[in-house]
Design a binder for this molecule. Structure first.
Ligand SMILES: [Cu+2]
Length: 113
């Protein structure tokens, strides 16, 4: 029983350190201008409520995955509200593809607005 507790403690510590590490890197990279979603012309935007994001490291994971979806123009992620906003070209992609990218990144999609 004791060894299980120790293993759990180690896993938890690694997880927390891993998270705060990416947290720091992300703070340094943050430009502060990602408050508004960039759109142009006929771009559409979608607001997706997720669960599982716990720090800014998670935000950047989601952002980089969603940005790789063809047709996605801009992505915003907020771990505090567990919200992901994305603008996209409706001729190239759709909210389902964006949802899939979030799921593939390891986070859960709760609802889409
Ligand atoms: Cu995290």
């Amino acid at each position: 029983m004791k060894s299980i507790t120790t293993i759990l403690a180690v896993i938890l510590t690694v997880f927390i350190i891993g998270c705060s590490k990416s947290d720091k890197q992300n703070t340094e990279q943050k430009s502060g201008d990602d408050k508004t979603l960039q759109t142009s012309g006929s771009d559409k935007s979608v607001e997706i409520h997720t669960s599982g994001m716990t720090c800014t490291g998670c935000e950047s994971t989601v952002k980089s995955k969603v940005k790789k979806v063809e047709g996605v123009k801009d992505v915003m992620a907020d771990f505090k509200t567990n919200t992901v906003k994305a603008s996209y070209d409706p001729g190239k992609t759709n909210p389902d593809a964006i949802k899939e990218a979030i799921t593939a990144a390891g986070y859960k999609v709760e609802s889409v607005k």
